[in-house]
Design a protein around this ligand. Sequence first.
Ligand SMILES: [Zn+2]
Length: 47
Amino acid sequence: MLRQPQHAARRCPDCEAVLSNVQGVDACPDCEWIDESTSETVRRESR
Ligand SMILES: [Zn+2]
């Protein structure tokens, strides 16, 4: 029986580095790309 990992590693669309999840937001440690679909909450708080 195969089980998918709870948090599958995602990759940056720009440089394909493995994204790191910081406070629920997927971000690229290489080029600082941020998944905007998950960073919506953070953006609101910064305004
Ligand atoms: Zn990147």
